[in-house]
Design a binder for this molecule. Sequence first.
Ligand code: CA
Length: 228
Amino acid sequence: MRILIVEDERELAASLKHGLTAEGYTVHVAYDGPEGLWQARTSNYDAVILDLMLPGLNGYRLCGQLRREGITTPILVLTAKDGDFDQAEALDTGADDYLAKPFSYLVLVARLRALLRRGSTGAPLQLGAGDLILDPATRTCRRAGTSIALTAREFTLLEVLARRPGETVTKSEILHHAWPEDADNPNLVEARISALRRKVDAPFGRRSVQTVRGSGYRLVDDRELHDP
Ligand code: CA
């Protein structure tokens, strides 16, 4: 289990790192907001312990930014501030739990364990079906290791399907997410689904973007499917 600590108080960061390493976690520390954001984005952590008052970029903004990028790593916020407002605000920006300083180390470890347990059922960092992989953090797409260039809209459309692989997503759900400004024009979806298939399926001889007649579309792992 890999843990990122974003904390500018070096003594606290060092003692947390020491304690969590002894518990068997692999621990990295970032000492300011921008470094923390960079680490959380680019490395695959199982959880982030995040201080709120940080140089460069505060914890609220860091957390909000990660969530906007689709990064769902569980986040436990630590802060010297105390009060319902701060707690609500931290949870609003997408943090999963909150602990006010000074805290008991035992409580921290218990909360972290609970987060890690929940985290394993959360959305994965990478989305997709079979060998078609989407990375919401970098908004890139690849099939069997080959990168595929998608427009922003195509990426969003594929992401809507990839968040629920194997499930039928209705046209109106797709419109709602991918064309919020034009949600009553289902022809947009059909045209863009065709364009998407020309990029992610046809060149690979695949049919992973499937039409579900009368309801919508679904993204499947079609590696085991064979044409009759
Ligand atoms: Ca601080």
